[in-house]
Design a protein around this ligand. Structure first.
Ligand SMILES: *[C@@H]1O[C@H](CO)[C@@H](O)[C@H](O)[C@H]1NC(C)=O
Ligand SMILES: *[C@@H]1O[C@H](CO)[C@@H](O)[C@H](O)[C@H]1NC(C)=O
Ligand SMILES: *[C@@H]1O[C@H](CO)[C@@H](O)[C@H](O)[C@H]1NC(C)=O
Length: 407
């Protein structure tokens, strides 16, 4: 992993433009958005109000995504939409070069003399080119306990995509919200607009019926009954993958993903083949010692067990815990049954790790299932990832943020 340790992205973030992007005199300390787990397609979804008049836009959360992209081809109506003119400051912030023209009727996503980037559907690994644009977005501020006043970013930068890029995303979804480590990822733009500390935190719910949360800005991050998950975090350096993991990218572009590829688009953790082999062998042996019976795998899972000998606990099925050892033996991420096992039927539980083959672009990609009910704080100023032990151990969950507004 040593080759992945370069910590240069803090420098990149210093270029962020003026805080005057925010129009209000009220200065929020943090923002909060809900994140729901989609029952049919598994990725996590959020809703952000955009455009004038404001319209709720459903987006897939992409932790490693480089920016927000939305379908501008269908139903994009807004009096505040402005394409980024080629060679403008917005284009350079977006890392876009060159000038684009569009040879059909002018509309959002189709204008002359603009710049383009490559919006990426990271679920289907499809990318295309799209106009860089800005429009207003509105979100709820928070004191860390409840949502508060609504605040706006009038000139939020994003990319327009054609409707076909939505293929295989859940019904009603209009794009993806990229939280990646770029100058126009959501975190960087909110930091710039509101002069936040360069932090954001993600807490994914394991239930399709209850929402988790993303916070932009500092904690506290409080879950009922009054548990501040920003306390008691373990920190590890954020690694940068020097090779982009996007479906299409300019040569030499580093990955916008965090850490060893913490990802919300892949539902399950993907391990490089040799790591997968070692990790699953140990797990299978420990499970056998607990009298847990192995049964044939069920795709995409190779390692499955009969649930008949597996007890249920507050931390999920009682199976061997898995420690992802991070920068040294003392810093590890302990994964209990609730995050390691997937119930594929009433009598079969499978280890929710997937064999990524012998040549994946990143050796370990931690999937959404393994992140559920864990608070992850991405501290961009110090290049650290803070992670809590499973909140189940503190008798709360990521779906216990109190969404009743106290504005
Ligand atoms: C862009 O410019 C070309 C050439 O002048 C013109 O044919 C086309 O209609 C313009 N497109 C838009 C979207 O205005
Ligand atoms: C496993 O089963 C064997 C035989 O039934 C029994 O002797 C042993 O105590 C069991 N071990 C555990 C950890 O339950
Ligand atoms: C949630 O927040 C509201 C507004 O502050 C408060 O009135 C309510 O009691 C809270 N709910 C719980 C369960 O504490």
């Amino acid at each position: 992993m040593a080759s992945l340790r370069c910590f240069f992205f803090t420098c990149l973030l210093l270029y962020i433009s003026s805080p005057s992007l925010a129009q209000q005199s009220f200065r929020p300390k943090a923002l909060v958005i809900p994140v729901a787990k989609d029952a049919s397609t598994l990725p996590y979804l959020t809703t952000i109000d955009q455009r004038k008049p404001l319209e709720p836009v459903d987006l897939v959360v992409d932790l490693g995504g480089r920016f927000m992209w939305v379908d501008c081809e269908r139903d994009y109506v807004s009096s505040t939409y402005r394409p980024a003119r080629c060679r403008s400051a917005q284009c350079s912030l977006a890392g876009a070069n060159g000038c684009r023209d569009c040879f059909s009727a002018s509309r959002p996503g189709c204008n002359n003399n603009t710049c383009g980037v490559t919006p990426d559907n990271s679920v289907t690994h499809t990318a295309t080119s799209g106009e860089v644009a800005q429009d207003v977005v509105s979100l709820q501020s928070t004191d860390g306990r409840n949502p508060g006043r609504v605040v706006s970013v009038p000139r939020f930068l994003f990319a327009c995509a054609p409707t076909f890029l939505l293929q295989d995303l859940a019904n009603g979804v209009a794009g993806m919200a990229g939280l990646g480590r770029t100058r126009i990822g959501l975190p960087s733009q909110f930091v710039a607009a509101f002069s936040f500390h360069r932090n954001f935190a993600v807490c994914l719910s394991s239930s399709t019926l209850a929402t988790g949360v993303i916070f932009f800005g500092d904690g506290p991050y409080v879950f009922l009954p009054g548990i501040d998950a920003s306390q008691s975090l373990t920190f590890t350096p954020l690694f940068i993958n020097p090779i982009s993991t996007a479906s299409a990218f300019p040569m030499g572009e580093p990955s916008a993903e965090y850490f060893i590829g913490v990802n919300t688009v892949d539902p399950y953790t993907v391990l490089e083949a040799s790591i997968f082999k070692v990790a699953t062998e140990v797990f299978i042996n420990e499970a056998a010692a607990m009298n847990i019976t192995r049964v044939p795998g069920i795709a995409p899972f190779e390692v499955c067990f009969s649930s008949s000998n597996i007890l249920s606990t507050r931390l999920g099925p009682a199976v061997p815990s898995i420690d992802l050892v991070l920068q040294n033996q003392d810093v590890f991420w302990r994964i209990f049954g609730a995050n390691s096992m997937v119930e594929v039927s009433t009598d079969v539980l499978c280890l929710g790790f997937v064999n990524g083959g012998s040549n994946p672009r990143t050796s370990i990609v931690i999937g959404g299932h393994q992140l559920e009910n864990t608070l992850l704080q991405f501290d961009l100023a110090t290049s650290r990832l803070g992670f809590s032990a499973t909140l189940l151990g503190r008798r709360t969950t990521c779906s216990n943020f109190n969404f009743t507004s106290n504005a």
